[in-house]
Ligand binder design. Sequence first.
Ligand SMILES: [Zn+2]
Length: 390
Amino acid sequence: MSIFIIILMVVAVIFAVALIWKNREDFSEQALEEPPEDIRVSPLLRGINYLLSDKPDRALQEMVQVAKIRSESAEVYMALGEMFRSQGEYGRAVRIHQNILARPDVATELHFQAYVALGKDFQAGGLLDRALKHYAKALAIQTDHLPSLYACLRIREQSLEWDEAEWLVSRLEQVENEPYHEHRAYLKAEMAKNALEKGDASLSESLVLEALKLSPSCTHAYLLLIHQLLQTGETDEVIHQASLFLDRVKVDHHNLLPEALLSNEAFYQTKGEAFLWDMWQQRHDVEVGVRWIENVSQTYGLDAAHALRHQLNFSDLSLRHELRLAALDEANSNLVQQAKYWRLSMKLYACKHCGVQVHQMRWHCPKCNKWGTMEPLQGSHVFGEEQHAI
Ligand SMILES: [Zn+2]
């Protein structure tokens, strides 16, 4: 609350200085027919007073009144609207910004700012359709406004509207004159996944190929391609693509391959298992090994998982990996019970860009909105970075 009050005081002081300056100009021009400034601005000052007294509704009442009187105070209104929003008072922020739009003498630039602000108000309040509508109005005035384009992209991606998101990314490419190939590849992969779920295999296939053309290192597209090839029984091609997968996608995504190859048991038994053995012998990636055991446990049960662990013969495991494997066990020991409990709440992946930790692999970071940035949490800490730091 104290920061809020300080910001308000600063806004009030700026406004007062602006008024004194305006007074001086008016005096020099002998604009004596104008009503005195203190009468015209008093509702705004009264409004600020109400705000400081923690009476936001009275404040709003005064401010809405003054907004009809003078346009010079519009910037103060924009700042106050921002403050309401930052306090989580979205309804009040909307009222302030709508009031600016309702005035007859508003310049286009201010209209534009109010539309952007309303977009942010509705987005923060979770009314995403209305947010999009206001960002669209802002973009109709200023077509290359990057914050509005980014905001719309974020909403479309949150709403899983991949076609619209892809259009926005193409627009960002034009405005920023920069390629967004990896981003677009992940969007195409999401579209391919949707098409597959709707039973349109040929559309899914062409979208996956488009994704890989845009970015040959798009993990999601590779896994979909392998899945499609397993469905159609092209097993030699699966092996070929799995080799390319290992060469092209980032090493931190290699742990996702065992699950893909295990999704077709007949393939796994004839070719997939041997491929994973080759992979293990060449790289000895412990994360891949532990993940492989977890996947085998799900598909073939605990005995097969134990046998695989014995064959993999880990030289040393982090506490994190030991607990993951202990959680697979069926023994009734205290350690196994605790490991199972821990495994249910543990987070397996972290975004390398913003650090947010999640339970399951995600292609799209829910916090920073980057694509393909999730990597397995490594190291010996058991509860993740945040708890570890405490
Ligand atoms: Zn992130």
